[in-house]
Design a protein around this ligand. Structure first.
Ligand code: OXD
Ligand code: MN
Length: 595
């Protein structure tokens, strides 16, 4: 299998702890996939879907108490608490290993332990990182085959002494009180036990590609970010790339797969998807920042995905995909709320109970057939607009970095930072309003710096300092922007149509990066002149653009109180440059209010 001594001894230790009946090495072949699927179908872990309508697709239901990432059970286990910082849960490494070992001990008795060598990023690219995941879940093993590059070629790449992230995962008894997602960045190790949900259990994704990778990136001088990557092709055929960081449920997958609105499509615009969730960014040729998508598939939220909101995602999931916690129709097809059509009459809901459209719960509310966080897992190459460069080992050159969130008021449709450090301040203070789908007060603003709050593997104060220092290392640095698709009018209606029309904003952003694009200076940054966006084919009511681009300095004075309170959490560890940015913004706002 392998001559990698450290890998072999780590697997022996894990096997001794978890006591599986058998150890199965994954080679990445199609025969192996069929074998795994058959085994999971025979135990009921998976259901094979309609071969005609959804060829190669399977269905999975997770335990009802295990349907989302559990941030309160997610820890960074560094020797010093300060290295995890005030925004992460922390546990001393020895305690983490001890507590998790108690749950892992003997938990794979009667089960198989799968050994999954995987590469985040194209195998062999100098950008890529190798991990080896041990798991007792076939669902996880099959999902890893879609989301990462798996198998013997990765072992070959690892050689006899290559570095890899040790990823131990076990379902144990799926009891929430016996669930821990632990990261040991100083030892390049992840232990996840008690959950089979993607974000907790597919350890290549959030755990390795964001939490561990952000730690490695700081040591090695690059960035691991919660960002989509897309290319915009203009009518002349020129393709320029942007990265964008939004918190979960703010439309990253939809933006990554955007379909140009009719007016711009007619002119010849196209959008190419490179990634929808994670970007690894390094300084490369031409002194530019280059981005790689370390993943190989999409793990997207199903509800709301339809042929209007995201036809590309819908096309991508028509074969070889895994559906989790959606509605299972009697003809072995799938459905979810705000999907295609009214929903099947003869079906089972995400819990496996008989369900049909229009059913109500005990309180008389609509009974959802699919869980709101139900997912599809689809191979990236199946996306019709996947970029021909999505697997380029050196990545794609980035012209603009975009931060964003969901703000009903305050934040304009788009604005541009004055320079890199101001852009880092914009990212560090980014925030999003809670939706009804989240626990907490609706509309309450939660700071989610660079959309990395749940994913930064170390002290966020040090992370901001790393961002500031990266600016000095990129000779041709991307420009930095902030967008808000969610601004509303006084009646609570969205002012901006969003979806495909967001391309109009991307176009202005790229024009700015080329030194074009008309803008006016405001206290918070550069804003487009109201007629600077290409609105061909879009009929907005009069005065809408003005409202979308309005900056009210007195509202911003209130907003930056929140910036201050957030920064104070980090004490002396916060880089003084961010305080300098804060003071300068406060000063600009004060003079705007006075004048
Ligand atoms: C997320 C995800 O939760 O991408 O951000 O799954
Ligand atoms: Mn995400």
């Amino acid at each position: 299998m392998t001559d990698h001594a450290a890998l072999k001894s780590w697997i022996s230790e894990a096997a001794e702890l978890c006591a599986p009946d058998q150890i199965v090495w994954m080679d990445g072949s199609e025969a192996e996939q069929r074998r795994l699927e058959e085994e999971a179908v025979s135990t009921g872990e998976l259901v094979r879907l309609n071969e005609e309508k959804l060829p190669g697709c399977v269905y999975h239901r997770s335990a009802p108490n295990d349907v989302a990432r559990t941030e309160h059970l997610t820890y960074i286990c560094t020797r010093n608490k300060e290295d995890a910082g005030p925004t992460n849960n922390w546990m001393p490494p020895a305690e983490g290993y001890r507590k998790a070992a108690e749950i892992f001990r003997g938990s794979m008795r009667g089960r198989k332990m799968y050994v999954i060598p995987f590469s985040m990023g194209p195998v062999g690219s100098p950008f890529s990182k190798i991990g080896v995941q041990l798991t007792d879940s076939i669902y996880v093993a099959l999902s890893m085959r879609i989301m990462t590059r798996v198998g013997s070629r990765v072992l070959e790449q690892l050689g006899e002494d290559g570095e890899f992230t040790r990823c131990l995962h076990g379902k144990a008894d799926l009891d929430e009180n016996r669930r821990l997602i632990l990261h040991f960045p100083e030892e390049n190790t992840i232990w996840s036990v008690g959950s089979g949900y993607g974000g907790n259990a597919l350890l290549g994704k959030k755990c390795l590609s964001l939490r561990i990778a952000s730690w490695l990136a700081r040591q090695e001088g690059w960035l691991a970010e919660h960002m989509l990557i897309l290319g915009v092709e203009d009518p002349s055929g020129r393709v320029e790339y942007v990265c964008a960081a939004f918190p979960s449920a703010c439309g990253k997958t939809n933006l990554a797969m955007l379909v140009p609105p009719r007016g711009l499509k007619a002119k010849g615009y196209k959008v190419w998807t490179v990634g929808d969730d994670i970007a690894w960014l390094r300084v490369g040729a031409g002194g530019k920042l280059w981005a790689v998508n370390p993943e190989a598939g999409f793990f997207g939220v199903a509800p709301g995905t339809n042929s209007k909101s995201n036809p590309n995602a819908l096309a991508a999931v028509q074969r070889n995909s895994i559906f989790t916690n959606v509605v299972l129709a009697a003809d072995k097809t799938v459905w979810w709320e705000m999907g295609e059509g009214p929903g099947p009459e003869d079906a089972l809901d995400w819990r496996g109970k008989p369900w049909k459209p229009g059913m109500k719960d005990a309180e008389g509310r609509p009974l959802l057939g699919a869980h709101p966080n139900s997912r599809f897992t689809a191979p990236a190459p199946q996306c019709p607009c996947i970029s021909p460069h999505w697997e380029d080992p050196q990545g794609v050159p980035i012209s603009a970095i975009i931060f964003g969130g969901r703000r009903e008021r305050l934040a304009p449709l788009v604005y541009e930072a004055f320079d890199w450090n101001h852009g880092v301040y914009m990212g560090a203070t980014a925030a999003s309003e809670r939706t009804a789908a989240q626990v907490g007060k609706v509309g309450e603003v939660r700071r989610d710096p660079m959309a990395m709050l749940p994913f930064c593997g170390y002290n966020m104060a040090d992370y901001f300092t790393h961002w500031l220092s990266m600016g000095r290392r990129i000779p041709a640095a991307p420009r930095i922007f902030h967008v808000n698709w969610f601004r509303k009018d006084e009646q609570g209606n969205f002012l901006w149509p969003g979806f495909g029309d967001n391309l109009r904003v991307l176009e202005w952003i790229l024009a700015r990066c080329r030194g074009e694009g008309r803008a006016r200076r405001t206290p918070i940054g550069w804003l487009p002149e109201p007629d600077a966006l290409d609105l061909t084919g879009l009929d907005l009511p009069r005065g809408t653009m003005e409202k979308l681009l309005e900056v009210r300095p007195e509202q911003w004075e209130e907003e930056i109180e929140g910036h201050k309170a957030f920064f104070e959490k980090f004490g002396h560890r916060l880089n003084s440059e961010l305080w300098r940015q804060y003071e300068a913004l406060a000063e600009r706002l004060k003079s705007a209010v006075r004048s």
